[in-house]
Design a protein around this ligand. Structure first.
Ligand SMILES: [Zn+2]
Ligand SMILES: [Zn+2]
Length: 291
């Protein structure tokens, strides 16, 4: 089976778990099931995203979309993580309220046990599906580890169901949902912040502008570099635009060699792949680094 079709199977499995857990959670009155379902839903969304990204990335740029759809994945990751955080907050608030009346809650323990069991089997199958890819791709490895941790969550929900059934401790349901909610916020927060940084065109992590300036200004033809903008188009491509003051009033064709060297330097030392430079000599304007 190809990687893409294996990914599709894992998505299908997760959709089944999610749907059955949501229905089971509502019918069986179990917050733990609903929050575990939310967790599985966030996984489906993340997996579907990587599939959609694979498809969209193949689309060519056009006259009206000169960047193509390169930011679709970032935008989707932002919306996705924001929604998950909102739902997780709702789950936590709802669970705290339910904890106060946990004695009187009528939870269908058998449903919780069965659905958690199904989730364990389905997640376990997903782990097996991805195990082969996990060895040779970082992306797949993280998906693999994630599904493994999901399986453990469902084991916890199953344990909760058993505890409720045999010991009558109904507060377990609320405590488990709160823990899963906190875990969801903790993991989605990073994704929300990372995608927001790209959308806000912040300078990518690991690039220090003063350091970059120092390196470029070591080229003997370069007097200074100013009016710099650095941003990330998507997860993979970093863009830079800047003005470069030259020491001599060169012919345009003579600047090509300098441009090549600046590009090489920025590419090798800062992984910047898309560079636009404006060469100047004796131009009277604002030479601030950032403007
Ligand atoms: Zn997960
Ligand atoms: Zn300038």
């Amino acid at each position: 089976m190809k990687r893409e079709s294996r990914l599709k199977w894992v998505i299908l499995l997760n959709v089944i778990i999610t749907a059955s857990q949501i229905v089971g959670g509502i019918v069986g009155n179990s917050m733990a099931l609903i929050s575990d379902a939310m967790h599985n839903f966030s996984d489906v969304a993340a997996l579907a995203l990587s599939l959609v990204a694979i498809v969209l990335a193949k689309k060519e740029a056009t006259y009206s979309k000169s960047f193509g759809y390169k930011r679709a994945e970032v935008l989707a990751a932002f919306v996705n993580s924001a929604v998950i955080i909102a739902v997780a907050i709702y789950i936590i608030i709802e669970s705290i309220q339910r904890l106060q009346i946990s004695q009187s809650l009528q939870i269908n323990n058998d449903l919780v046990i069965w659905l958690a069991g199904i989730a364990i089997v389905a997640n376990g199958l997903s782990v097996v599906f991805l195990a082969k890819d996990a060895k040779n791709s970082m992306n797949m490895k993280s998906a693999f580890l994630h599904l493994l941790s999901d399986t453990l969550f469902s084991v916890a929900v199953l344990g909760g169901g058993l505890a409720m059934k045999y010991y009558g401790v109904t507060w377990v349901d609320g405590v488990l949902s709160i823990l899963i909610g906190v875990y969801l916020i903790a993991t989605s927060w990073r994704l929300l912040w990372d995608s927001a940084k790209i959308l806000m065109q912040f300078v990518p992590e690991g690039i220090d502008i003063p350091h970059l300036v120092m390196e470029v200004e070591q080229l003997k033809e370069v007097k200074n570099i100013h009016h710099i903008h650095i941003w990330q188009l998507d997860e993979y491509t970093i863009h830079l635009e800047a003005h470069v003051d030259l020491r001599k009033d060169l012919n345009v064709s003579e600047t090509h060699e300098i441009q090549k060297r600046v590009e090489e330097l920025l590419h090798t030392n800062f992984s910047i792949g898309h560079i636009t430079l404006q060469f100047e000599h004796g131009l009277d304007e604002n030479k601030k680094l950032i403007q």
